[in-house]
Structure formats: structure tokens, C-alpha cells
Design a protein around this ligand. Structure first.
Ligand code: HEM
Length: 181
């Protein structure tokens, strides 16, 4: 596949970091909203935080996650990193894909449930609401932790080449001073 130009790579880098950092930002906002939902005694505020978290889930989070995955995939395809030549890229794809499935299906479902159950202030002490609120809280912590892990993997780029990456290196070795793709 044709490699990207220097300018194209810069544009992709900017878009990738922008959408990825945005994704973590929305994850942190949702965590903050879930903490407020956990601590507040105000039933209106409790209902509002779940409704806002659900809105963020439906629009901003999906757009940023898809943006990050698309630009990341293009960076892999259009540079020497490839998509299956380095373990760190494979780990990122697996973790990002896991998040893309987990967030809308589980977190989205819990957010809808929590919004419905908190609309009546009497329901807020029912076991069904308390259980979904705990699910949302631990789900939020898991999402943010995974995103921070992906961020660390992106910068450290650990674990070296896969067997395919080693074969590719043998068939077209890079000059010694160009360790990074
Ligand atoms: C399908 C998923 C993804 C793929 C295939 C992917 C691929 C890549 C590639 C190939 C680069 C290297 C660009 C370069 O230095 O030449 C990169 C950089 C980066 N990625 Fe991803 N990425 C993905 C998802 C993510 C996610 C979800 C995050 C964060 C939440 C993220 C954060 C970053 C950051 C911060 C960099 C810049 C690292 C640096 O310049 O040292 N990526 N990504």
C-alpha cells in the first residue's frame, strides 16, 4: 500500500491524538458524572447526571472513538508500523475494539436504565437502581483505565515485532539510523 506523505502523516497524527485525547476526556467526564450520581442526595441532580452521561455516550463518545480507530488504522496502514507487524499496535487494536463494543452495549444500556430508574426519586433507593449505579461506576473506571493503558502503550511502544514483522524486516531491512517508522 502507498505510504502517506510527510504532510499527510502530520495531519493524521494530529487527528489521531485529537480524537484519542478527546475520547479519554469524555471518559473522564462520564466518570465525574457517575461519582456525582453516587454522592448526591438531590434526586433531580442524580437524574440529570445520568441523562447527560447517556447523551455523551450516544453522540460524542461514539464519534471520537470511531475517529480515533479510523485515524489509528490509517496510520498503521500508511506507515511502516503496519497493523500486524508490532505487538503494541495489535494490543491497541484489541483494547480499542473491546472498548468500542463494551461502551455502547453495556455502558449505554446501564446509562439508559439508570436514567429511567432515577426519574422517580422514590426509585433511587431501590436495589435495581443501586445495582445499575454500581455497574456504571465500575464500568467508567474500567473504560478510563483501559484508555490510559492504550495511551501508555502508544508512547512506550513495547514488546517489539511480531513474527510477521520480523519476516518483513528481513525481506526489506531499514537503514540503521531509521529505527522508527
Ligand atoms: C485501531 C486502534 C488504533 C491503532 C491501529 C492505532 C495506531 C497508531 C499508530 C500506528 C501510531 C503511531 C504513529 C507514529 O508515531 O508514527 C499511533 C500513535 C498514537 N496513538 Fe494510536 N492507534 C489506535 C488507537 C488509539 C487509541 C484508542 C488511543 C488513545 C486513547 C491512541 C493514542 C495514540 C497516541 C497518543 C499516539 C502518539 C504516540 C507518539 O507519537 O509517541 N491510539 N497510533
Amino acid at each position: 500500500m502507498k505510504r502517506v506523505t510527510r504532510r499527510g502523516k502530520q495531519v493524521l497524527d494530529i487527528l489521531h491524538v485529537l480524537t484519542s485525547v478527546g475520547w479519554i476526556g469524555v471518559g473522564l467526564c462520564q466518570l465525574a458524572l457517575n461519582v456525582i450520581g453516587l454522592l448526591t442526595d438531590d434526586p433531580h441532580l442524580r437524574h440529570a447526571v445520568h441523562a447527560i452521561a447517556h447523551l455523551l455516550d450516544r453522540w460524542l463518545l461514539i464519534a471520537l472513538a470511531l475517529g480515533s480507530l479510523t485515524t489509528g488504522t490509517l496510520l498503521g496502514l500508511k506507515t511502516r508500523w503496519g497493523l500486524i507487524s508490532y505487538w503494541w499496535v495489535i494490543a491497541k487494536i484489541a483494547l480499542s475494539a473491546g472498548l468500542l463494543v463494551f461502551t455502547p452495549i453495556w455502558m449505554g444500556g446501564w446509562a439508559i436504565e439508570a436514567t429511567a430508574l432515577s426519574s422517580d426519586s422514590d426509585d433511587a433507593h431501590q436495589p435495581a437502581y443501586l445495582s445499575v449505579r454500581d455497574d456504571l461506576m465500575s464500568g467508567s473506571v474500567a473504560v478510563v483505565t483501559t484508555l490510559v493503558l492504550i495511551m501508555v502503550i502508544s508512547v512506550v511502544k513495547p514488546w517489539g515485532r511480531t513474527p510477521r514483522g520480523r519476516r518483513r524486516q528481513r525481506s526489506s531491512p531499514e537503514p540503521a539510523n531509521r529505527g522508527r517508522p
